[in-house]
Design a protein around this ligand. Structure first.
Ligand code: ZN
Ligand code: ZN
Length: 344
């Protein structure tokens, strides 16, 4: 089968190769991939700026159909449509984080798409506990966005615990910011979405998805917009989804006293903070990294209720041989989510 493989350490070393179809072990399930999303992490793996273990097939945001079950597997049937929790492919199962469900902090963890083979190919084999049934009526295209959506579900509903009546600032209208927006809109929270001048198309998307206020920072100062919209009070919560130092500062400035700040994006560098703002405003500063299995359960219930749809986040679908185009589109601020699909 064709696969997008990081075949050696270092910058680059990424190509479409012919690899053997993986055999399905007794305790495993084989899934035929329908779609796999391209994400910034894939580009970091390409450049070797994210930990990876070559040779490894890239791709960690995916959904597909069960095609085979090992003989010890029960409770899974052929033809079931599933999203796959790839981040838990390898964990120790014994440390305090594994035992409390916070497996993302396990020292031995290796996720699919960088630690072990991922989904920019036709077949993967996984454990049954990594499977999440996609509710009827929810497409596999949408389900392929489950991995980043789970990160948004944790950030909004579990870490920040945003409530109706509050005003939330989302700084950075990339895919994660827009996924957070969808949750906030569904919860009836007033939202302000801010983006850089180059984010015009994504800010347009934010408006379509129901943002109350959209701020193009090329045209208007964030603090002015926030104060106008909150009667001079400041926002209750700020979700930093841009991963940029000026956005970090903007979020802290925009918060009201006793507000909550959540770091959702990766900055990838050290950031200077107006740290006294934490003290004078008694701000709660949190980080949100990935999700737990519980988050994925909650996400499947959100899908089943049908109030949030993700189709309008998908801008392009390309075969894996066009990965260079897909990666470029992912870096281009015009695209929302780019999906790839297998080919023979
Ligand atoms: Zn990702
Ligand atoms: Zn562990």
């Amino acid at each position: 089968m064709k696969a997008l493989v990081k075949h050696a350490p270092g910058d680059g070393n990424l190509d479409i190769l012919d690899v053997a179809e993986p055999p399905c072990g007794d305790n495993q399930v084989k899934v035929e991939i329908a779609f796999c999303g391209v994400c910034g992490t894939d580009i970091h793996v390409m450049h070797d700026t994210y930990r990876n273990f070559p040779p490894v097939i890239l791709g960690h945001e995916f959904a597909g159909t069960v095609v085979e079950m090992g003989r010890s597997v029960t409770g899974v049937t052929r033809g079931e449509r599933v999203a796959v929790l790839g981040a838990t492919a390898v964990t120790c199962g014994k440390c305090q984080y594994c035992r409390s469900g916070n497996f993302v902090f396990c020292k031995d963890r290796r996720g699919m798409g960088h630690g072990v083979n991922g989904a920019f190919t036709r077949y993967v084999v996984v454990r049954p506990d990594q499977l999440y049934r996609v509710p009827a009526g929810f497409s596999l295209e949408e389900a392929a966005i489950s991995e980043p959506f789970a990160a948004a579900v944790q950030a909004v509903t579990e870490v920040t615990r945003v409530r109706i009546g509050e005003t939330a600032l989302i700084s950075g209208p990339g895919p994660i910011g827009l996924l957070c927006l969808k949750l906030l809109v569904a919860e009836g929270v007033k939202t302000i979405v801010a983006g850089a001048p180059g984010d015009g198309d994504r800010l347009e998307a934010a408006r379509r998805f129901g943002a109350d206020v959209v701020v193009n920072l090329g045209e208007r100062k964030l603090l002015d917009a926030v104060m106008d919209e909150t009667g001079g009070a400041g926002v209750d919560v700020a979700l930093e989804c841009a991963g940029h130092p000026s956005s970090v500062r903007g979020c802290l400035e925009a918060l009201r006293p006793l507000g909550r700040y959540t770091q959702v994006a990766i900055c990838g560098r050290e950031v200077e903070l107006p740290i006294d703002q934490l003290l004078y405003k008694q701000v709660t500063l949190s980080g949100s990294f990935c999700y737990t299995a519980k988050t994925w359960d909650r996400m499947m219930k959100i899908y089943a209720q049908g109030r949030i749809r993700l189709n309008d986040l998908i801008s392009v679908k390309l075969p894996i041989s066009e990965w260079r185009t897909a990666f470029d589109l992912c870096l281009d601020k015009k695209a929302l989510k780019v999906l790839m699909y297998p080919e023979d």
